[in-house]
Design a protein around this ligand. Structure first.
Ligand code: KIV
Length: 273
């Protein structure tokens, strides 16, 4: 089977990801934020669709992911749910939605599953969030962890910087990854870190690692959909590969439409009822 046609044929469920890791098959993850982007993600055959809180920045024009609320996540996840059938659907827990207390953490995770239709949630953090991971998995909701560069902690990290560059921070990252696995997560996003550290984490964990800016030796990869299709003009981070320039294609099409309307060339008779 060619790489192009190696799409997932069966509905992806939580237990498939450990199996893919055991078999050495790479896991494909892409974000989606609304019905059309979710249709594209689902149609691509990606294994997992993530409604990332990156939506605050790439779909809503915010400066960071910090202003994203539970209501926003529920609204967007519901739209994505309507398009995603075979891929496994994961939604991000937004800033401070899993830190206040156990009750609020469970209520918020529950909303993403019950109201919005997510099959799992993702949350950022290491040893400091193991209680949240235990509580959520204890309620029957699969959890994907996220260590390394954690955009919700941008102020604490001092910017969007590569993590694990010195020996002690690398050791911290490995301890965090092991703690999240131990707490019951089924997979772990490793973002913007030294590829050697990501590889060590990948070897030490039984659960799969999903890398973004973390090198080639992760069990899977995730990219923000608007980055990979080139939807937003401007420079993208080093780890992004742009497979299309959709933003330019859209702008050119709209320019053409405006030109034709101004010139009286659209609509034509065939567009009339
Ligand atoms: O919010 C997001 O889209 C993410 C991915 C980049 C992993 O967390």
């Amino acid at each position: 089977m060619s790489v192009q046609t190696e799409k997932q044929q069966v509905k992806r469920r939580v237990h498939h990801f450990a199996k893919l890791k055991q078999r050495g098959e790479k896991i494909t993850v892409v974000t989606a934020y609304d019905y059309p982007t979710a249709l594209a993600a689902e149609g691509s055959g990606a294994d997992m669709v993530l409604v990332g809180d990156s939506l605050g920045m790439v779909a809503l024009g915010m400066d960071s992911t910090i202003p994203v609320t539970m209501d926003i996540m529920v609204h967007h996840t519901s739209a994505v749910r309507r398009a995603v059938k075979k891929a496994f659907l994961v939604a991000d827990m937004p800033f401070l939605s899993y830190h206040v207390n156990r009750e609020l953490t469970l209520a918020n995770a529950g909303r993403l599953v019950q109201e919005a239709g997510a099959e799992a949630i993702k949350l950022e953090g290491g040893r400091e969030v193991v209680d949240a991971v235990r509580a959520i998995t204890g309620a029957g909701i699969p959890v994907m962890g996220h260590v390394g560069l954690m955009p919700q902690s941008v102020h604490k990290l001092g910017g969007y910087r590569v993590q694990g560059r010195d020996e002690s921070s690398a050791a911290e990252l490995i301890s965090d990854a092991l703690a999240i696995q131990e707490a019951g997560a089924f997979a772990l996003v490793v973002e913007a870190m030294d590829p050697e550290i990501a590889a060590q984490i990948t070897t030490q964990l039984e659960i799969p690692t999903i890398g973004i800016g973390a090198g080639r030796r992760c069990d899977g990869q995730v990219l923000v959909l608007t980055d990979l299709v080139g939807m937003i003009p401007g420079s993208s981070p080093k780890f992004v590969k742009q497979y299309a320039q959709v933003g330019n294609t859209m702008k050119t099409a709209i320019e053409q439409y405006c030109g034709e309307v101004r010139a009286g060339q659209f609509p034509e008779e065939k567009h009339e009822y």
